[in-house]
Design a protein around this ligand. Structure first.
Ligand code: MN
Length: 268
């Protein structure tokens, strides 16, 4: 299929008013004229792959091919594919551009990546994009410059079912970016922390803070690539099986049957 004829769905986890969504929308429109935006009406960062099951959702039409949903990024993809676009599904889902990195273990918390994951589960090629923060500044131009190349190459590859692509742009101006590199998901040395603070009434509160150091460990991961100043690209899969443990675990649990105690005899 020609890129120009692609139906592209754009979503995110920072919400319908986020600057990164406009950046991604612009990228999508530079590739195709059939672009649809369905994004959460409020910030949903850190919601990962949550589904809203216990309350109804509200759909707000904000303009031509533009909607806000009172739910999570995953809800947005489901509402878009199974309701708004049910007569013709999207050929590509773009999620982001997230305000901040989705590297290493971030991927397990990320609503941006989860929206792409939902698309992968529905059999639709999907790319999550995030811009690493440079202090408070975000170099959105990187998406404009590198985004078209990334989308074109990914679409050429014909992603296998259940796969998605995670892209992070480094915290550098486009002219300083070293190019594109592919690597596996990394792991930081430090984790998300819980910080004690007080509210204005001197009562204790806890903040969950996202203050990991970006110390890479191996040299070939997404964290390393970003540290080298390149655009990091990682193929992901929705199958979370850890294959190296399969055979050992199969041996450990080979037909282990625990006898149920049953009813004691002779008593009522
Ligand atoms: Mn976010």
């Amino acid at each position: 299929m020609l890129l120009k004829q692609m139906r592209i769905l754009v979503t995110n986890d920072d919400g319908i008013h986020a600057p990164g969504l406009k950046v991604l929308e612009k990228l999508a429109r530079s590739l195709s004229s059939d672009v649809w935006v369905v994004a959460p009406e409020s910030e949903q960062s850190g919601m990962a792959h949550s589904l809203t099951l216990h309350r109804p959702l509200r759909l707000h039409k904000l303009g031509a091919r533009r909607y806000a949903v009172s739910g999570t990024p995953t809800d947005c993809v489901l509402v878009a594919v199974n309701h708004i676009l049910k007569d013709r599904r999207p050929d590509l889902v773009l999620s982001g551009v997230n305000r901040g990195a989705n590297l290493g273990e971030d991927i397990t918390y990320s609503g941006t990546v989860a929206a792409a994951m939902e698309a992968a589960l529905l059999g639709i090629p999907a790319i999550a994009m995030s811009q690493v923060r440079d202090g408070e500044h975000l170099h959105w131009k990187n998406t404009e410059i590198y985004g078209p190349l990334v989308v074109r190459e990914v679409m050429k590859m014909r992603l296998p079912r259940g796969t998605l692509v995670n892209v992070n742009y480094p915290a550098l101006r486009p002219e300083k970016v070293a190019g594109t590199e592919v690597g596996e998901q990394g792991r930081r040395l430090s984790m998300v922390q819980v910080v004690e603070a007080s509210d204005p009434f001197s009562r204790k509160v806890l903040w969950i803070g996202d203050f990991p150091s970006d110390e890479p460990e191996k040299g070939s991961t997404d964290l390393d690539i970003i540290k080298r100043g390149s655009v990091s690209i990682t193929p992901l899969h929705v199958d979370l099986t850890y294959n190296p443990l399969l055979s050992g675990m199969k041996a450990a649990f080979m037909k282990k049957r625990v006898r149920s105690p049953g009813k004691p005899r002779g008593k009522t």
